[in-house]
Ligand binder design. Sequence first.
Ligand code: MN
Length: 211
Amino acid sequence: MTNAQQKQQEDTMTFTLPELPYAQNALEPHISEKTFGFHYGKHHQAYVNKANELVKGGPLEGAALEKAVVESHKQGGALFNNIGQIYNHNLFWLSMSPNGGGEAPAPLLEKINEAFGSFDAFKEAFVAGGMGQFGSGWVWLVAHEGKLEIVKTANAETPLTDGKTPLLVCDVWEHAYYLDYQNRRADFLKVFIEKLVNWQFAVENWNKANG
Ligand code: MN
């Protein structure tokens, strides 16, 4: 297939793999290029491919991603599982930055202190949230009615379908960390919240929900 043919095929697909704002080795040493390549290029791509296959000819063909998440969730099953995973991974890549970590900026720091008592207490609660998700899933910082909450979800579930606004998310499926951290999920979560988290992205999401 020529590049032009490939481009034309992608243009007619409901879902596409998003371009990344950084290189696949940019999060090293915290996330290796190998982990990133498998996770983005194989796992995330597979959810995109499967969702496109399943959505074809149905009422959600051509739908915007967030609408497709909410609508497919009403039925559940394989279509939702694949669409939910596209949405969750899109947010996960943007929840990290090569210059990530540090303390949350205004106005989130104030909201974090209000909800969790202190920034350190928030970080502990986030790691505990990810550790408390038995099996595959996600741990989120969300905004709900002007307040912050930590939410964990199983498999492809997302707080979007509960009417909550995701600010940032960490993937705690084993494929997210096993090559780099093996069974040490807590170490991965600590690195995520200390070194990788993109607070600017969380602030943008907060401002969109509360602006
Ligand atoms: Mn994943």
